[in-house]
Design a protein around this ligand. Structure first.
Ligand SMILES: [Zn+2]
Length: 104
């Protein structure tokens, strides 16, 4: 039986869908992936910054989509103000991962 143009078109679309699915899986497990320090789940940066109920997390806050472990990158030692009488400059303290309140 001869294939119709519509069947050829459908096959092309199916191949394209498979390529997109593979590319997404590669992104999720590749360089962009964040691995949870608590449960070992690896997920994309996007999955770590979106929650099902509250939506996008605040900037700099991340939450494991599998176990819910939440953390922020923030100053864990106080910064200091450098002042030479003419200019004032804020020098940040040590910035580390710190656990925070998870969101729904
Ligand atoms: Zn986790």
């Amino acid at each position: 039986m001869r294939r119709t143009a519509a069947q050829d078109e459908e096959q092309k679309r199916e191949q394209q869908r498979q390529r997109i699915t593979q590319a997404r899986a590669t992104l999720a497990k590749g360089a962009e992936a964040i691995t949870c320090g608590q449960c070992g789940e690896a997920n994309s940066l996007e999955a770590w910054t979106q929650r099902p109920l509250s939506g996008a997390l605040p900037l700099g806050q991340f939450q494991c989509p599998a176990c819910g472990y939440a953390f922020q990158r923030r100053e864990t030692t106080p910064g200091e103000v450098w002042d030479n009488g003419r200019e004032r400059l804020y020098i940040p303290g040590k910035i580390e991962e710190a656990a925070c309140q998870p969101q729904m």
